[in-house]
Design a protein around this ligand. Structure first.
Ligand SMILES: Cc1cc2nc3c(=O)[nH]c(=O)nc-3n(C[C@H](O)[C@H](O)[C@H](O)COP(=O)(O)OP(=O)(O)OC[C@H]3O[C@@H](n4cnc5c(N)ncnc54)[C@H](O)[C@@H]3O)c2cc1C
Length: 316
């Protein structure tokens, strides 16, 4: 994409803001339009680098590795909200490690004594954890510094963006009605945020496709506890029963969490489809629309890889 082009990015979640930063820092004039700034789904993420509920594997691996490189660099800047954190992913059934984790620094199988009761295998590694409210604020500041602008507005159609050489569609689950895209579906997730009773390591259970997840991610003064994955549900009201279950599962593994003060509930719907959609589309009126949505449970993990791929597409 040539410098001097005007691009409208629709969406201010992690996909839209990362795309806007990449374009603005490359010299492109970028204007973001979004109903929510920042996007509610992105605010709800835990977030840990690692693929979950997302396809296709070969592209996911490629986008994920590129994002990993950048998150490692960002971890050197405390204002980014990114921290390299050591911890354990464990399983009650599986014996093989998650393939995406085996090349991470510090990767090794756990000793039996390191595992909580009931777990049969586990792996220790160091991975980026991303404190999403802080990180999305960091992206907004970086976009502003690169000359990008942001407008809070709901679009009924992508034709309502105003003049643009290229429109980048980063509307997440919003694309279901906006395009429309019948392949998109929500997978609802819930997190409980508590005060940090002294945790410095993450824990995550490999639960496969279970709706009841178990993970906790320390972010300085707070810990994000998870979680749930309810296929087909997109409602964002907190579910008290789910929150009680999350707290109980996490406290069973880490008893210090039992008495931690609850600070917030974060709910989002993972924008899930058979494959992530990253592609350009020339409309009948000649406008170019580039899509970057459908990242399921891995939108943070893939954000930099997908955004950079857009800048090398032959768009004009
Ligand atoms: C509980 C939970 C935990 C998660 N944990 C992780 C994790 O650990 N690691 C990870 O990588 N990922 C995780 N994810 C997944 C990740 O959060 C999503 O894949 C990602 O946030 C999607 O980002 P997005 O920018 O595409 O969508 P969103 O954040 O939903 O942003 C969409 C944007 O588009 C705007 N928009 C939509 N429609 C319109 C319209 N018509 N007009 C104007 N604006 C519009 C919205 O207002 C918003 O600004 C998790 C998700 C959940 C729910």
């Amino acid at each position: 994409m040539a410098a001097g082009e005007r691009v409208v990015v629709v969406g201010a979640g992690v996909a839209g803001l990362t795309t806007a930063v990449v374009l603005a820092e490359a010299g492109v004039s970028v204007h973001v339009i979004a109903e929510e700034v920042p996007g509610v789904t992105s605010l709800a993420a835990g977030a840990m680098w690692g693929p979950y509920l997302v396809e296709p594997k070969d592209k996911v691996d490629q986008w994920g590795q590129r994002s990993l490189e950048i998150f490692r660099e960002l971890a050197e800047d405390p204002s980014s909200g990114v921290r390299l954190t050591s911890g354990i992913e464990a399983s009650r059934t599986a014996e093989t490690p998650p393939d995406w984790a085996t090349t991470l620094p510090g990767f090794r199988p756990c000793e039996r004594a390191e595992l909580p009761v009931g777990f049969s295998a586990g792996y220790r590694f160091t991975v980026p954890l991303i404190d999403m409210p802080t990180y999305l604020g960091y992206l907004l500041r970086r976009l502003d510094a690169a000359g990008g602008t942001v407008e809070r507005r709901r679009l009924a159609s992508l034709a309502d963006t105003g003049p643009a050489t290229v429109i980048v569609n980063c509307t997440g689950l919003g694309a279901k009605d906006l395009l429309p895209d019948p392949d998109l579906r929500p997978i609802r997730g819930q997190h409980v945020v508590v005060s940090n009773p002294g945790l410095t390591e993450f824990f995550s259970e490999d639960t496969g496709l279970s709706p009841d997840l178990l993970c906790f991610y320390p972010h300085g003064d707070t810990v994000v506890l998870g979680g749930t994955a309810i296929d087909g549900e997109g409602g964002l009201a907190p579910d008290d029963k789910a929150a009680v279950g999350i707290l109980a599962r996490c406290a069973e593994v880490e008893p210090r969490l039992a008495s931690a003060s609850v600070l917030a509930h974060r709910i989002g719907a993972r924008p899930t489809r058979a494959t992530v959609r990253v592609e350009a589309d020339r409309r009948e009126d000649g406008a170019v629309v580039v899509h970057n949505y459908g990242h399921g449970g891995a939108g943070v993990t893939l954000s930099w890889g997908c955004a950079e791929e857009l800048t090398v597409l032959d768009l004009l």
